[in-house]
Ligand binder design. Sequence first.
Ligand code: PRP
Length: 213
Amino acid sequence: MNRNDAITIALAKGRLADDTIAILERSGIHCPDLADKSRKLIYLDASGRYRFLFVKPSDVPTYVQHGVADVGVAGKDTLMEAALPLYEMLDLGLGRCRICVCGPQNATGPTVTVAKRRVASKYPHIAHEYFAAKGETIELIKLNGSVEIAPLLGLSDVIVDIVESGRTLQENGLSVLETICACSARVVVNRVSLKTKRQSIQNLIETMRPHVV
Ligand code: PRP
């Protein structure tokens, strides 16, 4: 098979890539040997039909949007934050969690008398969209991790973040105040690839579908 006919799949380095590869293996698609701890970032599968790119999770939508990858696997949170025009084809059921507004149990809601609420988040776009839809203007504080610290130290009033087990919130004395949406890993496809490689991409999706979790 010509290498140009291969479907290029962008995977989010880390746990999500490992779990996606497990689904692909169950689907009969032989993938890079997970035991191979090399720092290679591009692999071709045994049949030559699939090429895998290992990229930073938040970059998966970008690679797919630009057509460098035909297909990508990313969390719904990452996709919502990127807000790019990609086709979402399959819910893999991996990494189930919720995006929530969290804060101290007594965190006040919006009032007309106080300044804008300060919202810290790794997901400024999601936070902005959520509060804008409710008609609330907020002050956004972009953080890159350990967001739960922000309300504890007075950097923000609340946070918008991922809640999986709830343990991080609990151990930091915070609670879920509002749930924005449920998340899990999705297979997304580049719009042009869906036209030019439609049959191969459809086959890939249908091969994976029975093996989602
Ligand atoms: C994520 C998220 C929460 C935590 C939620 O952080 O931002 O902090 O996991 O998981 P839990 O509900 O099971 O406790 P991550 O581990 O990615 O680290 P980070 O905060 O440094 O981004």
